[in-house]
Design a protein around this ligand. Structure first.
Ligand code: MN
Length: 262
């Protein structure tokens, strides 16, 4: 199982969750929302078989935390994964969009310059701006983008696919008929799964990485595949994603996978 976007550090049992991911073999990307959260997340996951940590600056926090870009730049060389980053043009973000665009553009430039980074990107009510900035600042060979909780149109999805983007899909996205249709048309070789816990809630409680089991079943049904075939496809997609730049991967000190990317 793969949970490519979960905020492990926002759960009361962060340490137990890392152990749970290792025990159940759930390959989890622990995204963070501020650069100052990096050292603790990195240290807690250092011995983990399945958890990888991403260095993030959440767009909804950019207005109050833009000063942490200095920390972001300091930690970036340690991080193979970057996220949660991006733009938020929704209720909680639209006022700071100009600043968010400068910060996100800068993050993309830094990632492109360093090379080999894999980004988990937020694009609420800002899909065209996110894609335009990606197109301008990060070529596919310089880094890979995974659009988390993508809610764009069909033509925006096609644009994203042309830019080499992956899509991490969660259970909430499958609750809308319109969204299901869009997901069914995404390139199958670019699909990943995520929970976005604890923000996403299932049955009245925060989602946990192990909930991706049910999500894979639902996704399999949507795409008329067996659960096994769906699960193998997602694992294959993750392998392709993490091996896009093995040379740079070797240089990223955060990476523990060496020449056998997972
Ligand atoms: Mn998130």
């Amino acid at each position: 199982m793969i949970d490519f976007h979960c905020h492990l550090d926002l759960y009361a049992d962060h340490v137990e969750l890392i152990a749970e991911c290792d025990r159940l073999g759930i390959r989890t990307l622990a995204v963070t929302t501020t650069p100052s959260a990096w050292p603790r997340n990195r240290d807690l996951a250092v011995g983990s078989r399945c958890v990888r940590v991403a260095l993030g600056l959440h767009p909804q926090l950019v207005a109050e935390r833009a000063s942490e870009m200095e920390l972001f730049e300091r930690y970036l060389s340690e991080a193979r994964y970057v996220g949660e980053v991006g733009l938020d043009g929704g209720r909680d973000g639209y006022r700071s969009i100009p600043l968010q665009e400068r910060v996100f553009g800068r993050i993309l430039d830094l990632c492109g310059h360093m090379g080999g980074k894999i980004l988990s990107i937020h694009s609420v009510r800002a899909v065209p701006r996110v894609l335009a900035l990606l197109e301008e600042h990060l070529q596919p060979e310089q880094g890979r983008a995974v659009l988390h909780w993508f809610a764009g149109t069909r033509s925006e999805a096609q644009w994203a696919a042309r830019l080499g983007c992956y899509f991490s899909v969660n259970a909430a996205m499958l609750r809308s008929a319109e969204r299901r249709k869009m997901i069914a048309e995404l390139p199958p070789e670019r699909l990943l799964t995520e929970t976005d816990g604890p923000f996403l809630r299932l049955g009245g409680r925060p989602a946990r990485p192990r909930d991706v089991g049910l999500l894979v079943e639902e996704l399999a049904a949507l795409l008329s595949l067996s659960t096994d075939a769906m699960s193998s496809a997602i694992q294959r997609n993750l392998r392709a994603l993490v091996s896009f730049d093995v040379a740079a991967q070797g240089e990223a000190t955060d990476d523990k996978d060496g020449q056998s990317p997972r």
